[in-house]
Write a protein that binds this ligand. Structure first.
Ligand SMILES: Nc1ncnc2c1ncn2[C@@H]1O[C@H](COP(=O)(O)OP(=O)(O)OP(=O)(O)O)[C@@H](O)[C@H]1O
Length: 416
């Protein structure tokens, strides 16, 4: 555990961190989030023992300042935001440095075990193929991964990282965060990581610490800490924050002031079921629109959501097929709508009439947005061939737009 008590850090004449108290529990992955200049790097440097501070930082139940550098390196590896390596060393040599804290002389006395550890670190960060390249010739993202490999070669129990994804493309950002999560979950390494991407922090870390002006705004599990109010207090920005049930991820959409304008999106009819519309309803509720849903079974989770949000529904009783009357009402509602959103839900004989209503709407030239969801391929039409045939025809129509999730749908609505 890293126990930080009453930590105060001054830089120049300025107080950056004041009276910070926090326990970083063993084996947890904590992300530190906050606006530029909020003190994240300063906090991380203090916890790494790289800058002077007052108060206390205890690692392995000892005061950090009393632990000598070699001993610290046995426990702790640090990946700083910027590293000034000017010497023309190879990638292999840089990563090997992770083993030298135990040696008297660098580049000598590497054991077979050291070699194995170095190779593993290079493999984990996918820099093994760059092994003989000059570090200085690498791209920013490649350098970042090599430095992470060097930190891993230390085999630390605590890994402190300052924006490790900063110069990485989105694939490597995800790869590195996956790797960190694996190190935490499989090897029980304590990870403290400054990040800028709130969504990635929510996805990969177990704890989030929100910092503003050198003070803790909130900390805890991502789903508790990352909410509209905390994000506004910390970053001074309005957002939609919701759980995307298709992607099974906490999702955050920033709203700039222009976007929050009073533009009326129109009358929107939604066909959904089994929770496939949950977040869409919430997001659309923030916009000016007139929503309706049908045909939906009473008791379905989307029906509950509509009740909660006061959205008009066309219903049938639980576990009963769509009646002719409900079908007619649905067709009427669709005719009155400016466009229809179909949140893909398994189609069986009981709700095939919803697809037929969509088919009719399409024939009348109505705009239809199909939100397939990431899980679409796993879902099926259980009515035999008819549902999938209608669906296939629909997707060929020029009035039908297919999107994967609410974000894509939202972009589409904004464009339109
Ligand atoms: N050596 C220093 N001397 C004076 N001021 C400093 C020093 N180091 C940092 N600061 C100031 O402390 C504040 C916090 O800086 P810090 O780098 O910790 O912020 P940060 O949250 O990591 O920002 P960013 O997201 O931009 O990296 C900033 O206003 C910065 O200018």
């Amino acid at each position: 555990m890293i126990k930080v008590s009453n930590l105060t850090v001054n830089r120049g004449n300025k107080n950056i961190i004041s009276q910070f108290d926090y326990f970083f529990l063993d084996g947890q992955f904590t992300s530190i989030l906050g606006p530029n200049g909020s003190g994240k790097t300063t906090l991380l440097k203090a916890i790494s023992g790289l800058i002077p501070y007052s108060g206390s930082v205890q690692v392995i139940e000892r005061e950090l300042q009393d632990i000598n550098i070699a001993k610290r390196a046995e426990y702790m590896a640090v990946l700083p935001q910027t590293t000034h390596i000017e010497s023309d060393l190879t990638v292999y040599e840089i990563v090997s440095m992770g083993r030298f804290y135990k040696k008297q002389q660098i580049f000598q006395n590497l054991s077979k075990d050291d070699e194995v550890i170095i190779t593993e670190a290079m493999e984990m960060t996918e820099v093994i193929k760059l092994k003989q390249r000059s570090f200085l010739s690498l791209s920013g993202g490649e350098k970042q991964r090599v430095l992470l490999a060097r930190a891993l070669a230390q085999q630390p129990k605590i890994l402190l990282l300052d924006e490790p994804t900063a110069s990485l493309d989105i694939n490597y950002q995800i790869e590195i965060l996956k790797l960190l999560k694996k190190l935490q979950s499989k090897m029980k390494i304590t990870i403290i990581c400054v990040l800028h991407d709130i969504q990635l922090a929510a996805e990969f870390s177990g704890q989030v610490l929100l910092l503003n002006d050198g003070k803790v705004v909130d900390f805890g599990k991502p789903e508790q800490v990352i909410n509209k109010e905390n994000i506004r207090r910390t970053f001074n920005i309005n957002t939609y924050v919701y759980w995307d049930s298709f992607r099974e991820k906490l999702t955050l959409i920033p709203i700039d002031k222009e976007e929050a304008s009073d533009k009326f999106l129109g009358k929107i009819h939604i066909i959904a079921g089994g929770g496939s519309a949950g977040n869409i309803l919430e997001v659309l509720q923030h916009k000016k629109s007139e929503l309706s849903m049908g045909v939906i079974n009473i008791g379905d989770s989307d029906w509950h959501k509509c009740k909660e949000l006061g959205i008009k529904t066309i219903t049938v009783q639980p576990y009963t097929p769509i009646t002719d009357d409900a079908y007619k009402q649905n067709v009427q509602q669709i005719s009155a709508a400016d466009f229809v959103i179909f949140c893909h839900t398994p189609i069986g004989n009981g709700n095939l009439k919803n697809l037929e209503a969509l088919k009719l709407a399409n024939e009348k030239g109505k705009t239809i947005i199909i939100v397939e969801g990431e899980q679409f391929t796993k879902r099926d039409f259980t009515d035999g061939r008819q549902g999938s045939k209608i669906y296939e025809e629909l997707t060929k129509s020029e009035n039908v737009y297919k999107v994967k999730n609410v974000n894509e749908m939202f972009n589409l609505l904004e464009v339109d």
